[in-house]
Design a protein around this ligand. Structure first.
Ligand SMILES: Cc1cc2nc3c(=O)[nH]c(=O)nc-3n(C[C@H](O)[C@H](O)[C@H](O)COP(=O)(O)OP(=O)(O)OC[C@H]3O[C@@H](n4cnc5c(N)ncnc54)[C@H](O)[C@@H]3O)c2cc1C
Ligand code: FES
Length: 270
């Protein structure tokens, strides 16, 4: 589907927010994503996956129109081209795709653990829970203070936030997983998105504490819809409910995820 770019602004060095004029169903799950064609030509050929950061609305004349905002980091060719796209340009997107975060029923404490651009799936969640009685905490880690995109948005929501940076520029010095060790309690549910090493450690801490943990995985994707099998992850043995046979030990990050129960993942093969 072709949608119009409303804005595309650098918010921190290498981090951008892009608004798209695109009315999506009101039932988007935090953690769902879209596939974005970065070029009108054939290079790069494949769409790139980006989480849906938040929904926006704009007024045009007398009309109120809906849109979505993505938050992305420039890491290579495709995202470099995206950074050069201007307001008014039309881009080809597919979505919303995948399965987002679930498993927190409002009881106990929800801890969202984000590393850098791994913050993306948590805005919709934090926004949805902002005026409820739920206890929600964001543990946000980055390499330095400029590696914490969207921090102000969460401050504006009134989310309880604890920060860590590798160089100690903001918050405590060290890994965000050290914050998790301090903050996790028996009634916590942990949601995490960020680099693979961080997710592995989050899953380990949650397992050790015996609390539920859900992680959003990041795999290079080609189709985004379960067709190419390029984003397979190995999962722990599954049996069919109907035939007692073993099911495939693989799931697709794009279709079955990107959010998985951390206990399902065979971490040493990720
Ligand atoms: C479900 C999902 C949601 C995502 N959401 C966001 C988001 O909200 N914001 C954001 O900035 N990024 C997000 N990503 C990562 C984003 O898709 C990649 O950074 C992007 O595709 C890189 O494209 P490129 O052409 O710039 O990089 P390339 O030129 O293709 O590669 C540059 C470098 O980035 C690495 N890379 C390429 N694709 C990925 C990938 N999918 N994950 C990790 N490393 C990759 C390559 O190995 C290489 O080292 C998401 C990925 C997934 C799977
Ligand atoms: S990206 Fe093609 S199956 Fe997941």
């Amino acid at each position: 589907m072709l949608v119009e770019i409303l804005y595309n602004e650098e918010i921190l060095l290498h981090y951008y927010k892009m608004g798209l004029l695109w009315s999506l169903p009101s039932t988007i799950e935090a953690g769902q994503f879209l596939m974005f064609r970065v070029s009108d030509g054939i290079d790069p050929f494949l769409r790139r996956p980006f989480g849906i950061y938040r929904t926006i609305s704009i007024e045009r004349g007398s009309k109120k129109l809906g849109g979505v905002e993505i938050l992305y980091k420039v890491v290579g060719k495709g995202t470099g081209l995206m950074a050069g796209l201007r307001q008014g340009h039309k881009v080809d997107v597919l979505g919303p795709l995948g399965v987002g975060f679930s498993g927190f029923d409002g009881d106990g404490k929800l801890i969202m653990v984000a590393g850098g651009v791994g913050i993306v799936p948590f805005y919709l969640l934090a926004e949805g829970l902002a005026n409820k009685d739920s206890r929600v905490q964001l543990l946000f880690g980055g390499r330095c203070k400029d590696d914490l995109p969207g921090l102000l948005d969460f401050e504006n929501l009134g989310t309880e936030i604890k920060i860590s940076t590798d160089n100690g520029e903001l918050g405590v010095r060290g890994a965000v997983t050290e914050l998790l060790k301090k903050e996790v309690s028996d009634d916590s549910t942990v949601y995490a998105c960020g680099p693979k090493g961080m997710l592995k450690e989050v899953a380990r801490i949650a397992r050790e504490r015996g609390v539920p943990c859900f992680v959003s995985l990041d795999k290079i994707m080609a189709c985004g819809m379960g067709a190419c099998l390029g984003c397979a992850v190995k999962v722990n043995g599954r049996k069919s409910r109907y035939t007692a046979q073993n099911l495939s030990p693989y799931k697709m990050v794009c279709k079955d995820g990107p959010v998985f129960d951390a206990e399902e993942i065979v971490w040493k093969e990720l």
